[in-house]
Design a protein around this ligand. Structure first.
Ligand code: GDP
Ligand code: IMO
Ligand code: MG
Length: 423
């Protein structure tokens, strides 16, 4: 049985959590493959709004197994609070939530290192979520990290201490003032490990290979977005993992020829949190309207998301890198009420018109070239099928499909599970 893959095509927060939740009824296993608690995946159903950080977005469906893959970095402290947040839903977690032994642990000192690194960068800071993501992946690739499987070893505490001491020396090296009480943070960390230990630690690549062999359906859930990919994103203003399709192979141990559909999610406009270039960012009234109507505030840090028009050059790039086979357009409802909509179809790059993403998309080199569309006024949030949508919106959708040459299979018209139009 082939696995399918779902990932974000912009700078994150496209609505991955909502769509994974909608699609879970068709799957036996939902498997997160990268990122960590920098993610905030929102689900809404039955009047409940819930934000997941490390736990896959299929957790509310009684029949699905949720698996956290080797490519994910886990902060036991955040993880424990996520588990506590789920308590009222009476989910049989030990039978429904599995952790890869090869997933890396975020230590309290990783979070401190993240803060020290950002403080040292000053104005050039990445705008990290300060969850310790960069330092943890640095320890992973630097071959110093601690993994879930290490918790079971008798010398785990000594290994922990050795790494934490090294981190303390590094924090001092940054020469910035970071206040912290390590014994307190460590107590919280070791307490949280006890919660983690109540869940099965597994060899997840074996588990998934067997599941595929036995005909089980798997949906791989990405975090962040393609433009935050450490290789293909707007480096250095990116996250520290491969958020693109290849990340599902390395983050779960699923071979490329065992993946079939690649679902790519994008907002009908664009948002970004944190620093870095954003060619179609709108600093005027239109951007403010998108932020207000779309409630564009980060689900993890509460920061206001920067907003702007849809960038088809960037979207095409993401579709190409990921081999997207089906598109899902989110938050179409947020664009109701605009007289005119704009879509960036090319860039003016150092005086020449180009239609690909160049190495450097800093604003001094590049201005977007827009095509305008007539807007629509109707409220979409109660619409339940494609035929109900205003013709200005279907023209917008069909233009995008035509440009990208990939069908848009889902149009989302509100945050709730039910506000989802399938085509
Ligand atoms: P993720 O990180 O990709 O899972 O996305 P987030 O959950 O961080 O951000 C998406 C936000 O948009 C959440 O607050 C969702 O509840 C909300 N949302 C998702 N789809 C829609 C939609 O179609 N319309 C509106 N208005 N909100 C949506
Ligand atoms: P989801 O999965 C949006 C951004 C941060 C920052 C940069 C690096 O909810 O879509 P990091 O903490 O990873 O070192 O931060 O990446 N970022 C996200 N932006 N959605 C996310 O996740 C993000 N995860 C990280 O704002 O600019
Ligand atoms: Mg999010």
């Amino acid at each position: 049985m082939m696995a399918n893959l779902l990932l974000g095509l912009q700078w994150g927060d496209e609505g991955k959590g909502k769509i994974v939740d909608v699609l879970t009824q068709n799957y036996d296993i939902i498997a997160r493959f990268q990122g960590g608690p920098n993610a905030g995946h929102t689900l809404e159903f039955d009047g409940i709004k819930h934000v997941l950080r490390t736990i896959p977005s299929g957790i509310f469906h009684p029949n699905a197994i949720n698996l956290i893959g080797n490519g994910v970095v886990i902060d036991p402290v955040v993880f424990k609070s996520e588990i506590e947040g789920l308590a009222k839903f009476n989910i049989d977690l030990p039978n429904r939530l599995l952790l890869s032994r090869k997933a890396h642990l975020i230590l309290p000192t990783h979070r401190l290192l993240d803060a020290a690194s950002e403080a040292a960068k000053g104005k050039a800071k990445i705008g990290s979520t300060l969850k310790g993501i960069g330092p943890t992946y640095m320890d992973k690739t630097g071959r110093n990290g601690l993994r879930i499987g290490d918790i079971e070893l008798s010398d785990f505490k000594e290994r922990y201490r050795a790494l934490a001491e090294k981190h303390e020396a590094m924090i001092a090296f940054y020469d910035v003032s970071i206040q912290y009480n390590l014994p307190e943070l460590e107590k919280e960390f070791f307490d949280a490990l006890e919660t983690l230990k109540k869940l099965p630690f597994i060899d997840s690549e074996e588990y998934l290979a067997k599941a595929q062999h036995d005909g089980k359906s798997i949906l791989c859930e990405g975090a962040q977005g393609s433009l935050l990919d450490v290789d293909f994103g707007t480096y250095p203003f990116v996250t520290s993992s491969n958020t693109t399709a290849a990340g599902a192979c390395t983050g779960l141990g699923i071979a490329p020829n065992k993946i079939k559909e690649v679902y790519g999610i994008f907002k009908a406009y664009t948002t970004r949190v944190g620093s870095g270039p954003f060619p179609t960012e709108d600093f005027g009234e239109d951007g403010d309207t998108m932020a207000r109507v779309g409630n564009e505030f980060g689900s993890v840090t509460g920061r206001k998301r920067r907003c702007g028009w849809l960038d088809l050059v960037a979207l095409k790039y993401a579709v190409q890198i990921n081999g997207v086979t089906q598109l899902m357009m989110m938050k179409a409802d947020v664009l109701s009420g605009f007289e005119t909509l704009k879509v960036c179809t090319a860039y003016n790059y150092r005086g020449a018109q180009i239609s690909h993403m160049p190495y450097n998309i800093e604003p001094e080199n590049l201005t977007p070239i827009y095509r305008e569309f007539k807007g629509w006024q109707a409220d979409l949030t109660g619409m339940s099928n494609y035929e109900m949508l205003p013709e200005e919106l279907t023209a917008y959708i069909e233009f995008i499909e035509n440009e990208i040459q990939v069908p848009i299979k889902i149009v989302s018209v509100g945050p709730d599970r039910k506000q989802t139009i399938l085509r």
